[in-house]
Design a protein around this ligand. Sequence first.
Ligand code: 5MM
Length: 342
Amino acid sequence: MYDQELTTTAKAMVAEGKGILAADESYGTANKRFQKLGIPTTEEMRRAYREMLFTTPGIGEFFSGVILFDETIRQATQDGKPFTKVLMEAGVIPGIKLDAGAKPLAKSPNEVVTEGLDGLRDRIAEYYRMGARFAKWRAVITIGDGIPSRRCIETNAHALARYAALCQDGGLVPIVEPEVLMDGDHTLERCFEVTEEVQHAVFEQLYRQGVEFHQMVLKPSMVTGGENASTQAGIEEVANATVQCLLRTTPAAVPGIAFLSGGQSDELATAHLNAMNAMYKGKLPWALTFSYGRALQQAAMSTWMGQDANVPAAQKELYKRAKNNSAAALGQYSPAMEKVAA
Ligand code: 5MM
């Protein structure tokens, strides 16, 4: 029923030089980020913050889509225009987070499984009516002593695939997000091994659930190694390992891969994406772009600080990160671009 629309939307989400803003922080995550900066954790402040982001002039030059949270998709600007309308008028596709978060996995201490499948078909229908055209579900895999377990990988892969199939039935392009956390002191080689196993398991389950690969977007973590590892890999090493891993796991039919930033600094996340595109441009079957949360928003949020007077300056920060990541998606970014004032 939605065949043509899904194909068109998936391609548009990873159009050349465009990426996706992840602004789908749930209450807990949004409040944690506000608390750190001393911003009041009220519904009105979360609304005002999202209004600042979504009304940034020129947002549609670099963002194909924005991922929203349930609270946000129901909100509007101060003068009453629904956020979905604001985004559509800017040429940006509204998307929606569908997962209900990661919860402890039975029989597997220290591991989690993402929940949210109950009632999902009806929720998808409601969000489609509200204007969403794509969705996101994040699975979280931790590297540690004896983990991840095969149970954790398979359970999360199965849930991701069931979510993705339901999305396509309901007209939403699924963003499939298996995140291997950077937490820990593991090596880049260990990260590669785990990421490869996870991505293989995810595509196996997607295939079994009948998910159309050309109507989805993969949102993986990069192969970086642990953030506390004694040796940190260089930019080219991370870029190369990430692409080599994806070449082993990801079908050519997938139109694009939009990375999460996972706690990397703003500039490093941009540099890694740029290095992948500079090294492999024209040699890969899929587009490589960004779907960052923190690495797009950090500078804007800490400039905004909950004050109306700071909105123009905060929007300039968001615009700068969007522009630099767009350049990185084309392999045309240079660190000198960071010196240009926002
Ligand atoms: C991994 O997190 C996603 C990408 O953001 P980063 O680029 O900052 O890593 C992000 O979309 C995340 O899923 C949302 O912030 C929602 O998080 P919660 O924890 O509220 O579900």
